[in-house]
Design a protein around this ligand. Structure first.
Ligand SMILES: Cc1cc2nc3c(=O)[nH]c(=O)nc-3n(C[C@H](O)[C@H](O)[C@H](O)COP(=O)(O)OP(=O)(O)OC[C@H]3O[C@@H](n4cnc5c(N)ncnc54)[C@H](O)[C@@H]3O)c2cc1C
Length: 399
């Protein structure tokens, strides 16, 4: 398709049309910026045999507010969860987070990935300020003082601002020479949809096993739940090869039958896990890294996409009213705050993973005392809930 001459100079070029890049593109285009959105492919939905997408995400109220602002929330049918129960393999104490304790109707929602992408793509395709360059990847990216030059196929684009949102591997971040600090959790997640005998009761369950956490998250059908089971690579390899019946039996046992028997499991997907934070989120005053391209966190707290959406909210606020969206100094505070939040989360999640992975009886005993104290303290729990929902003072300050 030949594009109009003017679009060779978009205000903003975004690489990566995952949920984070797509949300940034819509927000900027809604604000009147001309956006070129580049992605090497359109990811196919991962439909399973229970009719749903095999990948589901926990979304926070802060993410919900952003998606509503972008006219996407209205197109989705997410499942609310009102209770979260967290317990462990070696212990008797349990953390219970109840939406009512935080004065809310729900703690968050579980949303299938496919419909979220479809809703975003539908809006992008009809947006007059968005040019979609699909099946493309930039072969050269050169930030220069007046603009960022991009070679995309046979096109040469010159954008006032480049947003890199090309995911955890981020080829463009590497192309720009930005290194990342990495913590290898040495885990693999098995994700799928399961059917259980008792159903989910709009509760998100997570049990910390010594080998890694296993979570069951409520889906639209009351008898089905999204599974995210983090574990060592060797355990994952063995469990990927199990028959359906054997896998279900192990999962029932691993979750202490919290939803009754696991009766069926859909196709199992395998995700090697990583944790990393880029050394800078703005390697040039006209270049920003957002979403997984900027930081990758362990899925145990269901935060990766929510942090990416926090990036988008912050970036839309900073870009508002700026004459030149790549003006020197414009992104300094944004980049510093977002990186501080990412580092804080990566350290916290690594510590949590390590904390629950310690098997010594004395440590387990102390852990249970600590968990029971937190569970019995309404103010601490309220604080934890509001930070996890992206509504606490820390989350707000670092947006
Ligand atoms: C098992 C698991 C469970 C998770 N659960 C949750 C959860 O409950 N809640 C939550 O908030 N987060 C969760 N996450 C994290 C979440 O999936 C990610 O944070 C989120 O998908 C990142 O979105 P993104 O748009 O930044 O990147 P991606 O979704 O990876 O999108 C990147 C896009 O860039 C494109 N691209 C890549 N390279 C190029 C290139 N060179 N040129 C052009 N385009 C390119 C790709 O095609 C893709 O479309 C989970 C992750 C895993 C692994």
């Amino acid at each position: 398709m030949k594009l109009p001459e003017a679009s060779d100079n978009p205000d903003v070029a975004i690489i990566g049309c995952g949920p984070v890049g797509a949300a940034a593109a819509l927000g900027l285009a809604d604000a009147g910026r001309r956006v070129a959105l580049i992605d090497k492919k359109r990811p196919p939905p991962q439909l399973g045999r229970f009719g749903g997408d095999l990948r589901a995400m926990a979304l926070s109220p802060a993410s919900q507010a952003l998606l509503a602002e972008l006219d996407l929330w209205q197109r989705l049918r997410p499942t609310p969860y009102r209770l979260m129960r967290v317990w462990e393999e070696r212990g008797t104490a349990e953390l219970r987070f109840d939406a009512a304790e935080a004065g809310r109707a729900e703690l968050g929602w579980i949303q299938e990935s496919g419909p979220l992408s479809e809703a975003a793509w539908a809006r992008l395709a009809e947006h007059p300020n968005v040019e979609l360059l699909l099946g493309e990847s930039p072969s050269a990216v050169t930030p220069t003082p007046p603009a960022v030059a991009l070679q995309v196929g046979r096109r040469r684009l010159s954008a006032a601002l480049l947003i890199v949102a090309d995911g955890a591997q981020s080829p463009v971040r590497r192309q720009l020479g930005v290194k990342a600090q990495a913590w290898d959790p040495q885990q693999v997640a098995i994700a799928s949809i399961v059917r259980t005998s008792r159903g989910h009761a709009n509760t998100a369950w997570q049990r910390f096993l010594l080998d890694g956490p296993v979570a069951l998250l409520p889906c639209a059908d009351a008898q089905t739940a999204a599974l995210v089971w983090s574990q060592s690579p060797a355990a994952a390899e063995r469990r990927m090869a199990l028959t359906e019946a054997a896998f279900c039996a192990e999962l029932t046992c691993a979750t202490e039958a919290c939803q009754g028997e696991v009766e069926a499991v859909d196709r199992r997907l395998r995700f090697p896990l990583a944790q990393s934070v880029a050394r800078t989120f703005s390697p040039h005053h006209r270049v920003l890294l957002i979403g997984d391209a900027a930081r990758v966190v362990h899925p145990l707290a269901g935060l990766g996409l929510n942090l990416g959406f926090e990036d988008v909210s912050g970036l839309l606020r900073t870009a508002k009213g700026a004459l030149d969206p790549g003006a020197p100094g414009l992104w300094r505070t944004f980049a510093r705050r977002r990186r501080a939040r990412a580092l804080g989360m990566a350290h916290f999640l690594s510590a949590l993973q390590g904390f629950y992975g310690l098997s010594q009886p004395a440590v387990g005993w102390l852990r249970n005392i600590g968990v029971r104290m937190v569970n019995n303290s309404a103010p601490i729990k309220r604080q934890l809930i509001s930070e996890a929902l992206g509504l606490g003072p820390l989350a707000q300050r670092l947006r």
